[in-house]
Design a protein around this ligand. Structure first.
Ligand SMILES: [Zn+2]
Ligand SMILES: [Zn+2]
Length: 184
């Protein structure tokens, strides 16, 4: 009896012998189809951390958040809503471990006139900065290659390595500024 052996799909290779980007993307998409947390597990393992349930939980909450930047308190509130067996202290240390390992990066933004808050995001994007509206408490990401080049240059001149941290520049968006001028 003839066995029906599945043949690997042959996609054309580039002339240099490295798989084309489409192969890599296809493999990655297939992995994600089989396990929706595949990318998160990869992020954690790549930084040498075992992908524990608490760590994946932190990353899942951040990935599924529309804004993608959350404080430890907001993350804990989301955890409690999901009613998981993971204790809050285990969950909090997962946040700090992920940040130390570079899986999460931190943005410091104003909380009120004399306090600041740390917001966490998954560090899977290119280097970027943040603007912050103090009215609606919205973070706006700015990806500007020229700014990043200038900053990297200044870090190199000073002999410093950039930390996994950004300080958001505060301002007021048009809607908040208009609302203020109407009410006050
Ligand atoms: Zn605003
Ligand atoms: Zn960001």
């Amino acid at each position: 009896m003839l066995m029906n052996v599945a043949q690997p799909s042959h996609t054309p290779r580039s002339r240099r012998g490295t798989p084309p980007a489409s192969d890599w993307l296809e493999n990655r998409n297939a992995a994600v189809r089989n396990d929706p947390d595949a990318l998160l597990k990869e992020l954690v393992s790549r930084r040498g951390l075992p992908p524990t349930e608490a760590r994946l939980l932190v990353l899942r909450i951040l990935r599924d958040d529309t804004d993608g930047h959350m404080s430890a308190e907001q993350l804990c509130r989301a955890l409690v809503k999901q009613d998981f067996a993971t204790g809050v202290s285990t969950f909090k240390s997962a946040i700090y471990d992920l940040n130390l390992a570079g899986v999460l990066s931190r943005v410091i933004a104003p909380l009120n006139s004399n306090r600041a808050q740390a917001l966490y995001e998954i560090a899977d994007k290119p280097w970027h900065r943040h603007l912050y509206c103090t009215g609606c408490e919205r973070l706006i990401e700015i990806c500007d290659e020229v700014i990043e080049q200038r900053i990297s240059h200044q870090f190199a001149v000073a002999g410093l390595t950039q930390a996994n941290l950004d300080f958001a520049r505060a301002g007021k968006c048009l809607a908040c500024a208009n609302a203020e001028s109407v009410h006050g």
